[in-house]
Design a protein around this ligand. Sequence first.
Ligand code: ADP
Length: 450
Amino acid sequence: MRIPSDAKKLPHFSIPVLVAVLGILILGIASSVYVYQKVDESGRSSVLQRTQTFAAGVPALALERLRGTEEDLGTPEHETIKTYLTVMRSVNADARFLYIIGQKDEELFFYADSEPAESADYSPPGQIYYEATPAMFAVFEEGERQTEGPDQDRWGLWISGYAPITDEAGNVVALLGMDLPATEYLTDLAIYSALPLLVMLALVCILLILEQTRRKERAYVEQKTEFLSIASHEIRTPLTGIRWAVEGLLKRQNPPLDPKSRVILSLVHESCLGLVGRVNNLLDLSSLEGKTQVLRMEAISIRSFLEDIVDSLLLSARQRDVTLHIDVSVPEDLVVRGDRQILHHAFFNLLTNGIKYTHEGTRVSISYAAEQGMHAFSVSDEGDGIAQSEQATIFTGYHRTREAIRSGQYGTGLGLYLVKKATELHNGSVRVQSTPGNGATFTVRIPAST
Ligand code: ADP
């Protein structure tokens, strides 16, 4: 017997999953870039807002009178401006440096700053600002507010805002600069822009975990089904041999079997049939539940198809003195499209149940009705029937009614489950109608257009 290897290699992720992962990642990156731009924009705009507010508060008259040279030192106008910058800086604790800069001969120079005169960073009026940046020149040239940074210096990481100070005619006469710590801005930028990417990464992880679990389950089901199928085949072949041999002996007339041997052989035959039935159910289950079932559709001449099944069951029927009857309502020329093997499972199981559960000496019959685009085949018996409360559960698999167990008939409770599967694969259905004590009728419906 070939035992399926349990170390089956799992396939790589499927193309649709990879496409989904790629799509999610691209979406994550795009969202992060978008959020980065938005947070950066709002961070800079808040810096500009504050710088602009300070620029608007600069005493214009005092500024106008400054010359932008060392001579400004000690003048009341310079004192006014210096005081303004110092006060503004002290009420805005996070601002490192506030300064007013002018432009002369293509160079930028200091009018005043917020540093005390004794500070190492103090810049006296008129001092040329050799480290002036293009953004600062742009304020004078374009009259537009600017931000710069974050830049690292010996005090830390800063972001700078520059706002123009204009005269009444709208000419830029100076710029107000402010350096603010960039840590908060950078933290916001990092957190907010990483968020979408992190969410998408989490989604990708969940997707891959789900896919992995699904593949493992599928591989497990396939292995189980394969094993079941191989094992059942291996058992069925010798079992069928035993069955035919016993049936041959039971049929023997010359010399006739002595009654004792006949009884024993009948018991062997019954057990053999029971085993064949169980193995067949397992095989059917594995073939129906295996990989996605692809139906092998063909035109089935239904009357001869049913007659063949009935013929194969004659011996079992005879043992219970049951008559199998194909009603005249099943047309001679009726052709149904379906998978012969799967439909065989279905009718074989229904008729076998009829034989098992009808009363001895009664009849099990198959009839037909054409119903609004459906073929409806009914298998009726004259047994104890099935209580209303159990009519749904008998199709769910491994459920046997108390009457069935009490009847002593062998069974696995899988037959009707397989019938249901087989009909559903044909886009059809199976229903039972029964009044306890008055037999049961199982109706299989298959679309006529299948
Ligand atoms: P089993 O192998 O037990 O016959 P099935 O799946 O074929 O399993 O049927 C499930 C149960 O439904 C049976 O055990 C029996 O209790 C009930 N059943 C099926 N067919 C009939 C019937 N014709 N009459 C009464 N009960 C039935």
